[in-house]
Design a protein around this ligand. Structure first.
Ligand code: NAD
Length: 292
């Protein structure tokens, strides 16, 4: 299969590498010439423009920073330059409204399209174990699934256009809130003279149990692979959490949902990143909880 891949940064780079490893003929484009050169070394064909990258392909994949980039690349290049009937897959994390606008524009021009944001981070992208949350028709999901399976392990069809993005921002709002709840509980335990490991032993088996505790524990010790044991090197950077919480708050306003804890969590992560911690893992929020 011939695949055009646009946006080969931290996530798109390893995803494109997995497609090459699976035997696909991959043409890549990125604004960074270094990124293109590195993928060419890995077996891709380098393109000098997005237009060249999508010419003659069966599938176009985009992995771009945010909604405006996706809208711009779709409007400016992909729609019209990709061959008629080429399957369009946007894996970027963007706002639901832009995702649905782009899907409608693609449908109006006769292109099959899905939104397929991911969870699993750079590690998951490298290992080919990403989770894809997919929005689109049954037929378009069926076409996209074999391609996504080369880059991920869990592929969930979440409903119509934009529902992949909806699942992503709802999940990450839970994650952001839960990490703060776990951080606050450990800080309270410290004040009460309760050992970290003892709280972990109880809560990991009791009703406080959640991923932020058992996989990503924000204090060093109980979970050896958590970022707390490597001085909060990401992982999932606090800046990315801010991005995703802004998307969920934007959606809450547009769609009139009450998400008070989501709003509070966003305020806290913004305060954390504004004080120079944007590159730290989001679980380092415990330092701010402890010091405030
Ligand atoms: P990144 O900044 O490393 O990569 C984005 C790439 O897009 C860059 O290389 C940039 O040069 C390129 N780009 C921007 N505009 C372009 C254009 N017009 N044409 C061609 N290339 C262009 O970001 P990333 O970490 O790879 O994240 C990509 C997306 O994945 C984001 O939407 C992010 O929210 C999402 N995401 C990231 C992670 C993570 O852990 N990094 C996890 C899940 C989801």
């Amino acid at each position: 299969m011939k695949i055009g891949f646009i946006g080969i940064g931290n996530m798109g780079g390893p995803m494109a590498r997995n497609l090459i490893a699976a035997g696909h003929d991959v043409t890549v484009f990125d604004l960074s010439e270094d990124h293109v050169a590195s993928l060419v070394n890995a077996g891709a064909t380098g393109a000098g423009s997005a237009r060249t990258a999508v010419s003659g392909v069966d599938v176009v994949i985009t992995m771009l920073p945010a909604g405006p980039h996706v809208l711009n690349v779709y409007e400016g290049t992909i729609l019209g330059s990709a061959p008629a009937g080429a399957l369009l897959i946007d894996c970027s994390t963007i706002d639901v409204e832009t995702s649905r606008i782009v899907a409608k524009m693609a449908a109006d021009k006769g292109y099959p399209m899905v939104d397929a944001p991911v969870s699993g981070g750079v590690g998951g992208a490298e290992a080919g174990t990403l989770t894809f949350m997919v929005g689109g028709s049954d037929a378009d999901f069926a076409s996209a699934k074999p391609v996504l399976e080369k880059m991920g392990k869990t592929i969930v069809h979440c409903g119509g256009a934009g529902n992949g993005q909806a699942a992503k921002i709802c999940n990450n709002m839970m994650l952001g809130i839960q990490m703060i709840s776990v951080a606050e509980a450990f800080v309270l335990a410290e004040k009460l003279g309760l050992d970290h490991q003892k709280l972990y032993d109880v809560s990991s088996k009791a009703s406080g149990q959640c991923w932020s505790l058992t996989t990503y524990c924000p204090v060093p010790g109980p979970v050896l692979t958590s970022p707390a044991n490597r001085d909060y090197k990401p992982g999932f950077a606090a800046a990315m959490m801010v991005k995703d919480l802004r998307l969920s708050q934007g959606a809450s306003k547009s769609f009139q949902a009450q998400t008070e804890l989501g709003a509070r969590a966003l305020e806290m992560y913004e305060r954390f990143t504004d004080s120079g911690n944007e590159g730290m893992d989001f679980s380092a929020i415990i330092k701010m909880v402890r010091d405030s």
